[in-house]
Design a protein around this ligand. Structure first.
Ligand code: PLP
Length: 422
């Protein structure tokens, strides 16, 4: 039996049926920003493996970090034991975020779970019964139950899982556009917080760009106001930087656009340069002090693979690589190429909006029925993208070549044109 047949009959893929109703492509290997299929084709990677492979694939420095670490210690339990790579990584994260207390875990969704649990513990430690969260419409925070419960109730899985999910409070997302007026959303936020200040433990949001819930870029003013109001009511501000972190928007973390610090930050995706599954929740010293000095006294969470040394070592190498390059310039060049190329999509009949920031380029269509056709067209023309709903987008590695980036956007546009001409 060919391995792709095994895959077809026995292996679940994300958000899919088994066997899959859609085409699954067999990958043989990757290199830099290319994906090589076992059928012989080479695809330019427009997705950077769900926004994680920020340096591209098979970077010699990252490969070496893993090889070196695997000889020393592939894994060790983190309960009661410490290791150097975890300390080095935590120091880097503390310096980069301006926060203090690092919880290393296995995936973005888990880091969100830990963030929600931490906020509840913090409020409890203060003697308060605050068990609700405030989240934004269009939010995406992951696929586990707690994370799902703070995703947009309409465009996520709320309707499937119904009353199994905890009920939280949602507020209007700031309007689309980095420079757009967001005063209406701020007004609603003020009202909701004033009304629910005694129940809400934390306000979780994706700073500056709402990712998987709609690829929506918004005004930093909203973040500033959110910070101010959360401080006023002692509600923890939880910035989910899993998608935006490590430079995707042009700043190391998107909170920097508003010059604010959250109480809790979650990071993942780009953390290990796309090599290993790892995420982290980082809090201010105040949050960890309040919990640790309370009657509860401990943060009740501990994954088996917490602080995995292989993941820590490759995360360290990835952050070093980022910092030793002029990544801001690379991201700026990518941003301006996206701006130029996306301009050409603005007037297409099927297109509702185009927008971009940092290494994120988005074409929003008027209808949501074309994703598969567009993907098929792009793959046939040498580009790997995975549109969802109305959104045809690309998030590229910082090492992408200019000609490849132009080809990605041109191919997306040709794909949309081919539909218009049908
Ligand atoms: C991807 C993502 C998550 C979930 O991370 P996983 O590693 O897939 O569990 C959470 N929040 C945001 C903003 C994300 O983009």
């Amino acid at each position: 039996m060919n391995w792709l047949d095994i895959d077809k009959n026995h292996v679940w893929h994300p958000y899919n049926s088994l066997p899959s109703k859609t085409k699954i492509l067999p990958v043989e290997k990757t290199d830099k920003t290319s994906i090589f299929l076992s059928t012989g084709e080479e695809l330019i990677d427009a997705m950077s493996s769900w926004w994680s492979a920020i340096h591209g694939y098979n970077n010699p420095k990252l490969n070496d970090a893993l090889k070196k670490q695997v000889e020393i210690m592939p894994h060790i339990m983190f309960g009661g034991l410490a290791h150097e790579q975890a300390s080095i990584l935590s120091k880097k994260l503390v310096e980069l975020t301006g926060l203090n207390s690092v919880f290393l875990c296995d995936s973005g969704s888990v880091s969100v779970e830990v963030a929600l649990k931490t906020a509840i513990l913090y409020q409890k430690a203060k003697g308060l019964k605050k068990f609700k969260f405030l989240a934004l419409e269009n939010a995406y925070h992951g696929d586990t139950l707690g994370a799902m419960s703070v995703c947009d109730p309409n465009n996520s899985m709320h309707s499937i899982y119904g009353s199994y999910l905890s009920k939280h409070i949602f507020t209007k997302a700031p309007s689309l556009g980095f420079s757009s007026d967001c005063s209406e959303a701020i007004k609603e936020l003020e009202n909701i917080l004033e009304k629910n200040k005694n129940e809400v433990a934390g306000f979780i949001l994706e700073p500056i760009v709402q990712g998987a819930g709609g690829m929506r870029i918004y005004n930093p003013e909203y973040l500033k106001k959110a910070r101010e109001l959360c401080t006023k009511y002692d509600i923890l501000l939880i910035a989910d930087e899993i998608a935006t972190g490590f430079g995707h928007t042009g700043k190391m973390f998107a909170c920097e656009w508003a010059s604010i610090k959250p109480d809790i930050m979650t990071i993942g995706k780009g953390l290990t340069g796309g090599y290993m599954t790892m995420a982290a929740m980082i809090t201010s010293k105040n949050v960890s002090d309040i919990i640790s000095n309370s009657e509860i006294g401990v943060l009740m969470h501990g994954p088996t693979f917490m602080g995995n040394p292989l993941a820590c070592s490759v995360a360290n190498a990835s952050i070093d690589l980022l910092l030793e390059k002029s990544w801001q310039n690379d991201v700026k060049s990518i941003e301006s190429i996206f701006t130029q190329e996306l301009e050409k999509a603005k007037d297409l009949k099927l297109v509702k909006d185009v927008r971009n920031i940092g290494v994120i380029g988005v074409i929003e269509l008027k209808d949501d029925c074309y994703a598969q056709k567009i993907q098929d067209y792009c793959v046939a023309n040498g580009v790997w993208i995975r549109p969802f709903g109305k959104l045809v987008y690309s998030i590229v590695a910082y090492t992408i070549k200019e000609e490849d980036l132009r080809k990605i956007v041109k191919t997306m546009i040709k794909a949309i044109n081919s539909l218009e001409n049908q």
